[in-house]
Design a protein around this ligand. Structure first.
Ligand code: NAD
Length: 360
């Protein structure tokens, strides 16, 4: 197949980790006979330095015209970088919010996979980890309480603040459909998480998710209250395949899920829109403390590229191959400095990328 990928290197370790992800993509292209072309797009601090704003309209249009977006990370040291003297809407992270909104990326996927080589980094007991776990949090990203009306005011002499949590059935249906589609590419189980014992939005959420489930009879649907889910994720994470939830619950649960996997340098993510368009990025930031020193772990970005192949290009075999290559390299004892305990052969960013590419 032929695909056009918008590449946003960003700041800090961004260019280093993107280079390794492209190395792996090029190997996939060669082995499986695909052609990937790349459009470089500026975003974040580098765009501020070049154009005076973190995301230009032209950059957004270029990204929109591609089949998918691969992003490194944006931002600098928040204490020392001059970017953080600017008003909030001109800071690097405003580019991230701008591209998510501009490209209507309403579905966020955060896989939580425990590579068995990283058991030591997992804070859970061996008896809980068992043979490891592999689930994905599907989080609604553009609705709910983060986007509802809010205000702070004084009433009867008391300061008061109100946030609202609106959801309509269309917003719920489209994210639920993503969760069921993702489950079909996995172990065919969706656990929908809400607070239906208290919230009206959650009761509507539950109704609409059950309606969508009728179109996916091959996928098992269960419902769980969010407080229980927070406990179950550390008590028995193996039970989960796809966890579907709204924006704020997903924000909290996806961070909990990443914590139980051990290292931030290993965590990929995808933000998806209608159709097959998506933006793929590691869950970590631009790590300015190690930028330019060949120390960054490129695996989260490489696994994000694998997600791009699976969800935007429907190249599941190729995505599986990348994931196996990562596992094999870890199995052979190679590690970057953030996952030192996982192996005895410490390598830099470039060598880690090359080792993974060689296994494809
Ligand atoms: P961070 O994720 O960049 O770094 C936290 C710690 O983890 C640092 O010690 C760093 O060295 C380490 N780390 C992160 N990624 C690593 C990797 N791949 N390999 C090895 N070690 C790694 O978070 P932070 O320090 O809070 O933020 C730094 C900058 O990144 C800030 O400007 C922040 O706003 C930005 N940020 C951007 C994104 C994004 O682009 N999506 C996300 C989070 C933070």
């Amino acid at each position: 197949m032929e695909a056009k990928i918008a590449v946003i290197q960003g700041d800090g370790i961004g260019p280093e980790i993107i280079k390794e992800a492209k190395k792996v993509l090029e190997k996939v292209a060669k082995v499986y006979g695909h052609t990937f072309s790349y459009e470089e797009v500026l975003m974040g601090g580098i765009s501020i330095d070049t154009y005076g704003e973190p995301l230009t309209k032209e950059a957004l249009e270029t990204a929109r015209a591609c089949d998918a977006v691969l992003l490194g990370a944006v931002g600098g040291d928040v204490n020392t970088s001059p970017w953080y003297q600017l008003p909030p809407h001109l800071r690097p992270e405003a580019g991230l919010l701008g591209i998510r909104k501009g490209l209507n990326l309403y579905c966020n996927l955060r896989p939580a996979v425990l590579f068995k080589q990283l058991r030591e980094a997992c804070p859970l007991k061996d008896s809980i980890i068992g043979e490891g776990f592999d689930f994905v949090v599907v989080r609604e990203l553009t609705g709910g309480v983060y986007f509802g009306e809010r205000r702070t005011f004084v009433e009867n002499g008391l300061r008061k603040a109100v946030d609202t949590m609106p959801y309509d059935e269309k917003e719920i249906r489209r994210i639920a459909e993503w969760a069921f589609k993702v489950a079909r590419k996995r172990r065919k189980k969706v656990c929908s998480v809400d607070k239906a014992n208290v919230l009206d939005t959650s009761r509507l959420w539950r109704q609409v998710v059950s309606e969508v489930a009728k179109d996916y009879p091959d996928v098992e649907l269960t419902n769980m209250l969010v407080d229980n889910c927070a406990m179950q994720m550390v008590k028995d994470p193996k039970q989960f395949d796809v966890v579907l939830t709204e924006n704020m619950f997903g924000d909290i649960l996806s961070d909990e899920a990443s914590m139980v996997t051990g290292s931030i340098g290993m965590l990929s993510s995808a933000s998806l829109s209608d159709g097959s368009f998506g933006l793929y990025e590691p869950s970590h930031g631009s790590a300015p403390d190690i930028a330019g020193r060949d120390m960054a772990n490129p695996i989260a970005t490489i696994l994000s590229a694998a997600m791009m192949l699976r969800y935007s290009f429907d190249l599941c075999k190729e995505a599986d191959r990348i994931e196996q290559a990562v596992s094999q390299v870890l199995e052979e004892g190679y590690c970057t400095c953030d996952i030192k305990g996982a192996g005895d052969k410490l390598v830099g960013t470039r060598q880690m990328g090359s080792l993974i590419a060689e296994k494809i």
